[in-house]
Design a protein around this ligand. Structure first.
Ligand code: SAM
Length: 313
C-alpha cells in the first residue's frame, strides 16, 4: 500500500482525504493535545507523535509527505505579521522533505499567502522545495468546487520528485454545474437537531460579528468555517441580517439566532457523519471548534491527492 507521513496533522482533515485516496499514514504529528485525541479516536492505527515538529529528528520513509503548517501570519482571521516565527514552520516541513525524499508532497495553506506582502514567504517555500529536488506547482482552490458545502479558498503546493519526469496537474472542479450542483448547507446538516444545546457557542454577537452578514440560507453554500467560535457563521434558522451602514448589520427579527455547532461545522468541512469528538481531559467546546476549523476539508484534500500521477510502482 502507498504510504504517507503527515505533519501539522491537526485532527486529521487532510489525512482523512489521503486515507480515502488510498494511503496508509505511517506517522502524524501536532503540538495540540486535543488534535491528537480526536485523530486517534477516529484513526487509532496511526503513530501520532505529540509535540513540536522541530523536536522530531527521524521520520519514517514514505511515498508521500503532507503538511499544512499554521497560517496565523497570513490568515484574514488571524493577526497578520509576515515576520512571525510561526510563518517559518515550512522550514521544518522542508527538513522532513530532505530527510524522507518522498515521491511527492502536498502542502495546504491559506490563500492570503499569495498577497504581495507575504509573496516573499511563498516564493521562499517554492525555492526550498525546488532545491530539495521537486517540480513544484501551486494553485488556489475553492472547496465548494470539490463537493464541500462551504466556500473555502486555500492554496495548495504540490511537488513531484525530479526523477519522475512528470508535472502535477490540479484536479478540475467536480461541482457547480447544472448536472452536478454545489453541495449546500441543507445537504450537509439538515438531519441534525435544530438546537443542540452545549454544542454551539452561545455568547453575544459582538460589534465585530455584527459588522458583516454572517448568514447563508439552507440552499446556499456555507461561508468559511473558522477555528474561533466567536466568528463562526450563523445557522440558517437564525433571522436574516440587514445592512444598517458601513460595517454595521442587524438581525431583521427578534427570533433567537445561533452559530453553527462544532458538529455542524465538521459536516460543512466534509468530515464523515460519524466523525468522533472524544470527551478526553483536553476536550472543551472551544477545542472542538478549533480542531474542526483548522482542518482541511477531507474531500478537497482527497481530490488533490487523487490527481497525483501514477508514480507509485
Ligand atoms: C492548519 S492546522 C492543520 C490542520 C490539519 N492539516 C487538518 O486537516 O486537520 C495547523 C496545525 O499546526 C499545528 N502546529 C503549530 N505549531 C506546531 C509545531 N511547532 N509543531 C507541530 N505542530 C504545530 C497546530 O496545532 C495546528 O493543528
Amino acid at each position: 500500500m502507498r504510504t504517507a507521513v503527515s505533519l501539522f496533522t491537526g485532527c486529521g482533515g487532510s489525512d482523512a482525504g489521503i486515507i480515502n485516496a488510498g494511503f496508509n499514514i505511517l506517522m502524524a504529528n501536532d503540538i495540540l493535545p486535543y488534535a491528537k485525541d480526536t485523530y486517534l479516536a477516529n484513526h487509532p492505527e496511526t503513530d501520532y507523535v505529540l509535540g513540536s515538529v522541530s523536536k522530531i529528528e527521524t521520520f519514517p520513509s514514505s511515498d508521500l509527505l503532507v503538511g499544512c503548517y499554521p497560517c496565523q501570519g497570513f490568515s484574514q482571521g488571524g493577526v497578520r505579521a509576515a515576520n512571525r516565527t510561526i510563518n517559518y514552520l515550512y522550514l521544518d516541513f522542508a527538513r522532513a522533505l530532505n530527510v524522507i525524499k518522498p515521491r511527492a508532497f502536498i502542502v495546504e495553506n491559506v490563500s492570503g499567502m499569495v498577497r504581495s506582502n507575504y509573496r516573499h514567504l511563498l516564493e521562499d517555500q517554492i525555492k526550498v522545495f525546488t532545491e530539495a529536488g521537486y517540480k513544484v506547482k501551486y494553485k488556489v482552490l475553492n472547496a465548494a468546487d470539490y463537493g464541500v458545502a462551504q466556500e473555502r479558498k486555500r492554496i495548495f503546493i504540490v511537488g513531484i520528485r525530479n526523477d519522475y519526469d512528470i508535472e502535477y496537474t490540479f484536479p478540475t472542479p467536480t461541482h457547480g454545474t447544472e448536472l452536478n450542483p454545489y453541495r449546500t448547507i441543507e445537504d450537509a446538516i439538515l438531519d441534525l437537531p435544530e438546537w443542540p444545546e452545549g454544542e454551539f457557542y452561545d455568547l453575544d454577537f459582538h460589534w465585530y460579528y455584527m459588522s458583516r452578514d454572517r448568514r447563508r440560507d439552507w440552499k446556499e453554500v456555507s461561508k468559511t468555517i473558522v477555528s474561533n467560535p466567536r466568528h463562526m457563521p450563523l445557522h440558517p434558522l437564525s433571522p436574516t441580517m440587514t445592512k444598517l451602514g458601513d460595517d454595521k448589520w442587524a438581525f431583521t427579527t427578534e427570533t433567537r439566532a445561533r452559530r453553527f455547532s462544532y458538529r455542524e461545522a465538521s459536516r460543512l468541512q466534509g468530515f464523515a457523519n460519524d466523525f468522533v469528538f472524544p470527551e478526553t481531559k483536553n476536550a472543551s467546546l472551544n477545542m472542538k471548534y478549533k480542531v474542526v476549523g483548522n482542518a482541511v476539508p477531507p474531500p478537497l484534500f482527497e481530490a488533490v491527492a487523487k490527481a497525483l500521477p501514477n508514480i507509485w510502482d
